[in-house]
Design a protein around this ligand. Structure first.
Ligand SMILES: Cc1cc2nc3c(=O)[nH]c(=O)nc-3n(C[C@H](O)[C@H](O)[C@H](O)COP(=O)(O)OP(=O)(O)OC[C@H]3O[C@@H](n4cnc5c(N)ncnc54)[C@H](O)[C@@H]3O)c2cc1C
Length: 494
């Protein structure tokens, strides 16, 4: 059987492409190497408790906001979304002092201006820029002067320079960047558009999901099947066959061949190219470019299983720092103690005021784990296990400064490192947010869905935007290569 579109990988990007194309009558087949769908949306269960691996919260899901518009299209709004506290969805702690991030532009400005009264005008300017960029990116589906758009400050300025230029108080600069563990804070590279789009969406509104992020993947997969599409798990693609300048079929690890007219890869671009063993079209210069692109840092996560009924649920995230140097986590500094942690709560079961599970996350570079890259899961040795125990202990020690109730109530601690992500999602070098974008070399570091092969397209967080909102937007740019942008705008009623 030949499919219209074969999609490699059932991460968010692959599934969203599968949804849009199957909704429009294309015969799609989504191939996922793992037993579970979702990639970074995977949820795992230990002793009856569910833990999220990647995704923890999203922004912009209230009526009229950007992600809401897209999730309505994907029929995801019926999932059990839980709004975080509007007066403090994120709490940032620097050197023992707490700062609240409130939802809504005005409340956000007013709340922080109470702590930094002489920065009120600067905060207004900060919000005006973020909201304008967030809006412009969302409306980039519409026809516009592309050259002018990509030459605007959002794309050519670094987030670091923007903050320095807009906010004169160094503590406030750190506070504003303090919730940005959801991107790689690289002072020389991070483009303003990424910082602005992500922060703008969370300032609009912030949400968790009750019961784990994998429901997003499951719901999309269910819709794809209802729309006539095929979803296959345990289907690892090991080769793409090129014939006459196009991909003709995907070969699975069991030798099975899946034919298609178009192919979309949700796999990291390096992994995608490695699947094409012989090509007359892909030049070495393109291969070198993709292979040499830097990747953002990975994450270390300690998933804590807590005693029942002991730890009160907090309807917010906590970002805790014991440093003022928050723009340096892309550097591996040997022997450096963990000095930042994101505390993320899983929503408790209905009616409960306490939680059974909390995740602690902190950045971790590939260099920190590359020593074990040629080992396999569960067989990495005692030194790896000891490193994980030490790192988890540092995260717990930091978190208990704000949440002393954690100590004494941890039943189990499960950990993951960038190596875990490489094993389970095929992400290159365990990168949490994909290929690193560089505002000074945007044309080089921002990939489009197109590849040198005319029927092979890319999707997912490695292209231009990451995170749930970014990947969702990118999926439409990928589908536009097959369906046309006019049709996409019509689908989205834009
Ligand atoms: C620790 C962490 C925390 C995060 N927290 C948040 C958050 O709170 N909010 C937010 O908005 N974003 C968050 N993100 C980012 C967000 O989760 C990702 O940007 C997004 O889920 C990436 O989706 P994707 O489709 O690009 O790729 P992936 O999720 O990486 O999916 C790729 C898929 O391809 C499959 N695959 C790979 N190779 C093959 C093969 N050969 N054959 C078949 N299948 C294959 C993989 O198994 C995987 O399922 C987080 C990410 C991480 C890592």
């Amino acid at each position: 059987m030949k499919f219209d579109v074969v999609i490699l990988g059932a991460g968010l990007g692959g599934l969203e492409c599968g949804y849009t194309l199957s909704k429009n009558g294309y015969k799609v087949c989504v191939l996922e190497q793992n037993p579970l769908l979702g990639g970074c949306l995977q949820t795992f269960k230990r002793k009856g408790t569910s833990f999220d691996t990647g995704f923890h919260y999203i922004g912009g899901l209230a009526e009229g906001q950007h992600l809401n518009h897209l999730f309505h299209y994907f029929d995801l709004m019926s999932l059990p979304w839980k709004k975080l506290d509007e007066t403090c969805f994120d709490e940032v702690i620097f050197n023992g002092k707490s700062y609240a991030f409130a939802n809504g532009y005005e409340p956000f400005i007013e709340t922080l201006a109470k702590e930094f009264p002489n920065q009120k005008e600067n905060l207004k300017q900060y919000i005006a820029t973020l909201s304008e960029i967030g809006r412009n990116i969302f409306h980039s589906f519409s026809p516009r002067d592309a050259e002018e758009f990509y030459q605007s400050k959002a794309f050519t300025q670094s987030a670091y320079d923007f903050l320095n230029e807009t906010i004169s108080d160094p503590t406030l600069r750190n506070v504003l960047a303090g919730t940005s563990l959801k991107m790689e804070l690289h002072p020389e590279k991070l483009p303003l558009y990424i910082f602005a789009q992500i922060n703008d969406s969370f300032i609009q509104s912030a949400w968790r999901i009750e019961g784990g992020g994998m429901q997003i993947a499951q719901k999309l997969a269910q819709s794809i099947e209802q729309q006539g599409g095929t979803i296959r798990t345990h289907a690892k693609v090991v080769e793409l066959i090129e014939e006459e300048g196009q991909i003709s079929r995907a070969i699975l690890s069991n030798g099975e061949e899946i034919e298609g007219s178009y192919f979309i890869s949700n796999i990291h671009p390096v992994g995608t190219l490695n699947l094409i063993h012989e090509s007359k079209v892909i030049r070495n210069i393109y291969k070198r470019r993709i292979t040499n692109m830097a990747n953002t840092y990975g994450m270390f996560t300690a998933n804590l299983q807590l005693k029942d009924g002991e730890v009160p649920y907090l309807n917010r995230n906590i970002y805790l720092y014991e440093t003022n140097d928050i723009w340096s986590y892309h550097h591996y500094q040997e022997g450096k103690k963990t000095d930042c942690v994101l505390v993320s709560y899983q929503t408790p079961e209905k009616g409960q005021s306490t939680t059974r599970n909390i995740d602690l996350l902190t950045p971790m570079t590939w260099q920190e784990v590359s020593h074990w890259e040629n080992t396999s899961v569960m067989k990495r040795g005692d030194d790896y296990n000891n490193m994980k125990v030490r790192k988890a202990e540092e995260c717990i020690e930091l978190a208990t400064k704000r949440l002393p109730e954690l100590r004494g109530n941890i039943e189990n601690c499960y950990t993951s490192t960038p190596l875990t992500y490489t094993d389970y999602t095929g992400t290159y070098h365990g990168s949490a947010y994909g290929i690193q974008k560089d505002h000074a070399q945007l044309a080089y570091t921002m990939l489009t869905p197109k590849t040198p092969l005319k029927n092979l397209f890319l999707t997912g967080q490695n292209l231009n935007l990451h995170g749930i909102l970014g990947v969702s937007m990118t999926s439409f740019f990928t589908c536009a290569e097959i369906m046309g942008m006019e049709k996409i705008r019509e689908e989205l009623s834009l």
